[in-house]
Design a binder for this molecule. Structure first.
Ligand code: SF4
Ligand code: SF4
Length: 411
């Protein structure tokens, strides 16, 4: 697809990069078949191809209409279209640029602008989020049912292992996950401890930057990334083998640090190194000898929910199934290939109607084989699905930890 850049974008990195990405699209429309919002509305403007045209129009006219805003806002950034596209279209990068240019050219009214600012301010600050969540958990009996379901129950936590091993890795404690399901990273620590690996949580690291970046606040997102790199760098120089993430949404952001900070002379090299060492906890376990764990699976059938960030950004569609099958879990059958569940970061707050329809469709497929539990790999999906599922929704590492914690062969 050819783009004739508007003069105001001709000399900008964003404009030139968006033009180069767009040139890969050959209009074939194959991506429409796996786009959750197009399948939901059947409106071409809610499809990847339609959105690419809207961004092309923005790049050529220098203006974003209310229609451009509506249909770019409705995109989940699930990147299913990238996996389907035969031309290698980098849609995720393009929509991030399109959104940033849209915010600059078509400012939002005060109320939606404030809501987006509030989401960025609260979700990317772990301490503030933890305090708010404790408050919401205490008040939840008084909340209307619709809101009560959205408040995650308080998790009971066991102490993390204290034994120090020669092998060590960093762990991204995260913001939403650290506050809502702290047991997930505790489970990561316990399982890796059994495999002879200690985890380091750098106290000055925080949100991975995804919340700000995907809400078009790129400067704030990049600042989050630089702060994390500064917090991790001494540990990496001191022998930490990897940076582990147990929320695939955060993992998808970490692998992009190198690309996003490529033009920052002070951080480009370090950011690339961080991206190269970043791993989802599942990717770490694939390389370890899991026969060292003694696992007793008692949970019944497990339905696997593959977050989009695991499937399309990290390109690991079979990761959870491979690990759970290898460790003896009984995997439920799902009726169709899963598309986005509608969580998509802040999407479930900003686009609740579409988000709930997508959740219903996803749960219908996940619960069709009458599983006892749903296992996922991303906190956003876990909370979103968990608010409406008839069975528990957990991170798969918690399932593995609970099944092997009582007995192991040591290290
Ligand atoms: S599948 Fe790829 S090339 Fe075809 S319309 Fe979609 S983005 Fe363009
Ligand atoms: S990222 Fe997802 S919702 Fe957005 S256009 Fe691509 S497939 Fe559709």
């Amino acid at each position: 697809m050819h783009v004739e850049l508007h003069p105001k974008f001709v000399n900008t990195h964003s404009g030139r990069h968006a033009k180069a990405i767009t040139s890969a699209c050959v209009h074939c429309g194959l991506c429409l078949t796996t786009c959750p919002t197009y399948l939901d509305s059947r409106d071409e403007r809610d499809s990847p191809r339609g959105r690419i045209y809207l961004i092309k129009n923005l790049l050529e006219t220098g203006e974003a209409s209310s229609q451009t805003q509506l249909h770019l806002d409705r995109c989940l950034t699930c990147r299913s279209c990238e996996t389907t596209c035969p031309s290698g279209m980098q849609y995720g990068e393009l929509v991030d640029i399109g959104r940033e240019l849209m915010e600059q050219t078509a400012p939002r009214p005060v109320v939606p602008k404030t809501l987006r600012w509030l989401l960025r301010s609260i979700l990317s600050r772990p301490r503030l989020l933890r305090t708010g969540l404790v408050f919401a958990q205490r008040l939840s009996p008084l909340l209307p049912a619709r809101l009560r379901h959205k408040v995650p129950r308080r998790q009971s936590q066991k102490a993390r292992p204290t034994q120090k091993h020669a092998r060590k890795m960093l762990i991204l404690e995260g913001c939403v996950q650290g506050a809502a399901t702290p047991n997930t990273n505790d489970a990561v620590c316990r399982v890796l401890d059994k495999l002879g690996i200690s985890l380091i949580g750098a106290s000055k690291a925080g949100c991975c930057g995804a919340v700000n970046y995907h809400l078009a606040a790129h400067a704030d997102g990049l600042d989050n990334m630089r702060r994390n790199i500064d917090a991790w760098w001494p540990h990496l120089q001191n022998g930490a083998e990897a940076i582990i993430s147990s929320a695939s949404g955060c993992g998808a952001m970490l692998v992009d640090y190198g690309r996003l900070l490529a033009d920052d002379a002070n951080y480009a090299e370090k950011a690339l190194h961080v991206s190269q060492l970043s791993r989802d906890i599942g990717e770490i376990l694939l390389d370890e000898d899991l026969s060292r764990l003694t696992i007793d699976t008692q949970v019944g059938k497990v339905a696997i929910h593959n977050p989009c960030t695991l499937q399309h950004a990290l390109q690991q569609p079979d990761l959870i199934a491979t690990l759970l099958k290898q460790t003896g879990f009984d995997i439920a059958i799902t009726t169709e290939k899963l598309l986005c569940c509608g969580s998509a970061g802040t999407y479930s707050v900003l686009q609740p109607t579409i988000s709930e329809r997508l959740r219903e469709k996803t749960l219908c497929s996940l619960e069709s084989d009458q599983p006892s539990i749903i296992a996922t790999a991303n906190i956003g999906c876990q909370l979103h699905l968990g608010a409406a599922a008839g069975i528990p929704v957990v991170h798969w590492i918690e399932l593995l930890d609970a099944s092997c914690s009582s007995s192991h062969r040591g290290n």
